[in-house]
Design a protein around this ligand. Structure first.
Ligand SMILES: [Zn+2]
Length: 403
């Protein structure tokens, strides 16, 4: 058993001062440090540096490791232009994406305190790296296919990939299911995959209404995304309408990604069905998409980095800083606390994980932040953490130290 003593500990009841945590792979006790040290004389005690804050490990719910090789190949500024460049460069980007490149991406996340991530896997080249990553990984086997003629092959390839991931299932590697989006997965394929997820009680995710042109195509069968899909894939009309697509996910809690262009009524369905939203502010900005009005969203949100296909790094603090700047109205303290909650307790709830809060019996996953100096009040710790942290000073996963 170990004891970590810190100036501050982030808990569901606020930042505790001069307290300590007793843990093995789970959190066993949280108490004033003097009392805890006295009570457990055999525990290994470590005093963290002054102004340190113990956070639960951070959770990045949406990343595409398979695109980690991208630096300059993909075009930013407009969603359809970006998508075209993804399709043009896809084969090259995937073949350039070595295990080492993906391991570095995992390590970059780890250094910023990410102890759990949700990997969207479109073809399984990231499976081995995810399996061996120190982090907990929710491994989303993704399905994509708008043409029904290919459903049988696509479904059997999906099952093949899913089964391969399922043989590696463990406490830290959780196989799951992803549907790419309403414009790229036809209805009968979507239904089949969602039913599979329901029957097997799996986590599920889908991109949704990321761009204005997606909305235009699905609503009115035109716009630049529509032109591109017609030209390149021979699409005649959308494979789904938005309302039907969202209702396919009834009775299975779904982590929708982006939802920037969802209407109030569509959002109400998300709330009623217990769904959640991954919010990727830098990705949205870079692909010319609007700001998600998080102040009006009433379901759990997690801030996530998206992949290196639409971001310049996977550092969760850079993402939080971008969110803090992008959502430029409202109270800074409240927003900072909301953002931290989005990558801890909210995200753990979305993924049904026993982490994301510093509480007894939770997994001992910690990200330790060292503030540069004494905060003038405890209420400021949230935004000071976001402003002053690039990498954390220590990372623990199930009680093991990794940074
Ligand atoms: Zn994505």
């Amino acid at each position: 058993m170990r004891i970590l003593v810190a100036d501050y500990i982030y808990t569901p009841s606020g930042y505790l001062q001069n307290s300590a945590i007793l843990f093995n792979d789970k959190i066993l006790e949280i108490e004033k440090s003097e009392m805890l040290i006295k009570k457990y004389p055999d525990a290994i005690v470590e005093f963290l540096e002054p102004h340190s804050v113990i956070y639960p490990g951070f959770i990045n719910t949406h990343v595409h490791l398979e695109f980690s090789a991208n630096k300059t190949q993909l075009k930013y500024g407009n969603f359809t232009k970006w998508l075209k460049s993804v399709i043009q460069n896809r084969v090259e980007l995937m073949s350039d994406c070595s295990d080492e490149t993906m391991r570095q991406a995992c390590h970059e996340m780890l250094k910023s305190g990410i102890t759990t991530f949700g990997a969207i896997s479109s073809n399984g080249i990231d499976m081995q790296v995810c399996k061996e990553a120190p982090q907990r990984v929710v491994f989303f086997n993704e399905v994509i296919g708008s043409n029904e003629d290919f459903n049988e092959n696509i479904y059997s390839d999906f099952i093949h990939r899913f089964d391969a991931s399922n043989t590696c299932k463990s406490d830290t590697f959780i196989p799951a299911v992803a549907l790419h989006s309403p414009y790229s997965v036809n209805k009968s394929l979507a239904k089949k995959v969602i039913n599979f997820a329901k029957k097997s009680n799996l986590l599920i995710t889908s991109h949704l209404l990321e761009s204005k042109s997606e909305r235009e195509w699905l609503d009115s069968e035109n716009g630049e995304l529509g032109d591109f899909l017609k030209e390149s894939f021979g699409a005649i009309k959308p494979t789904n309408n938005i309302d039907e697509y969202i209702h396919l996910f009834n009775e299975i809690k779904t982590h929708f990604v982006h939802a920037v262009y969802a209407t109030k009524d569509e959002l109400n369905i998300l709330y009623a069905q217990g769904h959640s939203i991954a919010h990727c502010p830098r990705s949205n900005r870079l692909l010319g998409c609007d700001r998600l009005e998080i102040e009006n969203i009433k379901c759990p949100i997690s801030v996530a980095t998206d992949g290196l296909s639409s971001n310049w790094n996977l550092n969760i603090f850079d993402e939080l800083r971008a969110a803090l700047m992008m959502h430029n109205k409202g109270d800074l303290e409240l927003l900072s606390n909301y953002l931290i909650k989005s990558i801890t307790s909210n995200a753990a709830e979305i993924f049904n994980l026993n982490c994301g809060t510093v509480e007894i019996d939770k997994d001992a996953d910690f990200a330790i932040v060292k503030l540069p100096n004494e905060p003038s009040s405890i209420n400021e710790i949230g935004y000071l953490t976001i402003l002053h942290t690039k990498n954390v000073s220590r990372v623990y996963i199930s009680g093991e130290r990794y940074v």
